[in-house]
Design a protein around this ligand. Structure first.
Ligand code: ZN
Length: 97
């Protein structure tokens, strides 16, 4: 399992490839993003009235504006992660926010 720093470096490289450099926050205009060292697995369903735990989900990487808290979720697969196992962070490493 890759180390946290390796995973973040890989994600930052993919992000820079897509954005060609840091972009300002759409809410406050400040460029002060906090890259999270953890992920969000958003459950998805064809039925809007249904909450299905343990079913299909969307793998997301949250980045948070350090000035206003605006939180953006990037889909890891669209970002360019080929195999989600490549970005699974060692659970023994503590996450920080
Ligand atoms: Zn902001």
């Amino acid at each position: 399992m890759p180390k946290k720093d390796e995973v973040i470096a890989k994600l930052v490289a993919l992000l820079n490839e897509k954005t060609k450099g840091q972009k300002p926050c759409s809410v406050c205009g400040v460029s002060q993003w906090r890259l999270q060292e953890r992920f969000v697995s958003q459950p998805v369903s064809n039925n809007p009235n249904e909450i299905r735990l343990g079913g299909e989900s969307m793998p997301l990487w949250p980045i948070v504006c350090g000035n206003c808290g605006n939180t953006v979720y990037l889909n890891l697969l669209v970002l360019g992660v080929k195999d989600l196992a490549d970005v699974r962070i060692d659970p023994d490493e503590p996450a920080k926010s």
